[in-house]
Design a protein around this ligand. Sequence first.
Ligand code: NDP
Length: 313
Amino acid sequence: MKNRITELFNIQYPIIQAGMIWNSGWRLATAVSNSGGLGLLGAGSMYPEILREHIQKCKKATDKPFGVNVPMLYPDIEKIIDIIIEEGVKIVFTSAGNPKTYTSKLKAKGITVVHVVSSVKFALKAQEAGVDAIVAEGFEAGGHNGREETTTFTLIPMVKEQLDIPLIAAGGIATGRGMLAAMVLGADGVQVGSRFVASEEASSHSAFKQMVIDAKEGDTQLTLKELAPVRMLKNKFFESVMQLYTTGPTKEDLINHLGRARAKKGMFEGDLEEGELEIGQIAGLIHDIKPAAQILNDMIEEFQIAKKEVANF
Ligand code: NDP
């Protein structure tokens, strides 16, 4: 396949594996990159020197392009940016913050910069900041999410109407049919998160992966909007947050209740009761754990079949 996204990243298929905390280490990123997509490391759950280690492992495990996702609300961002530059990473996806903060610095080093947004307003801001492409992520997505609750089906055509730069759709896309739908709506490529959580190479705990593939429609919900909106599985911790809401909590009450390292506890250590289990709505359509290469190949095959079917309409 050849389009603006495959050319921008020099990859075979316009499929990007999301850089998810506690899931996206070097094994997953290189499995995706070696299969023709773009693999991303999730820097949000890595101390700076751990990120350096993962970048170096990526460089050894693939000669294909790979990138790093940097969520700006996480600590040590300055150090993370410096390591990315020192290690010669060529592609950076920034998220959860202002695209103006690092875009010029990274681009001055020859790095391709993509910013993740959840609304048309932020997409325009990112374009103005000079990014090379945008990920527009709908409310279906897992983890940190937009406040506006705009769904992917609504967001993509609205962003497309106002922007000229390459557009990557995210949120609710786990299949070739989903990919085709997003591209018909105006996307040049897709970013896929939840489907790659249920991969053999994802670094998350096997109990979390199992819970993802067991999840049904309606098993996730967005909450904690007063802090940073986050979509998670409805487990014991989620129910305790719902209970707290009935008491009219202050922001501080919510922060105290969240405590520290809930995401690590749930997704990495496999504490399915007390941990924060971030996953998208599309988990209801994911029924098996597969090698990342197979996920990618299955998506492309289904995309081609669906494209032929649509041509017969
Ligand atoms: P926490 O802030 O609760 O804890 C930090 C986690 O990240 C720990 O598990 C820690 O690992 C790991 N970590 C990785 N790199 C670093 C680093 N450079 N410095 C410190 N810790 C690091 O993590 P969350 O993922 O829950 O939240 C991350 C950010 O998002 C925070 O800034 C938080 O305030 C914000 N936020 C999160 C919400 C959520 O629902 N998760 C909601 C609202 C805001 P280790 O345990 O090994 O030290």
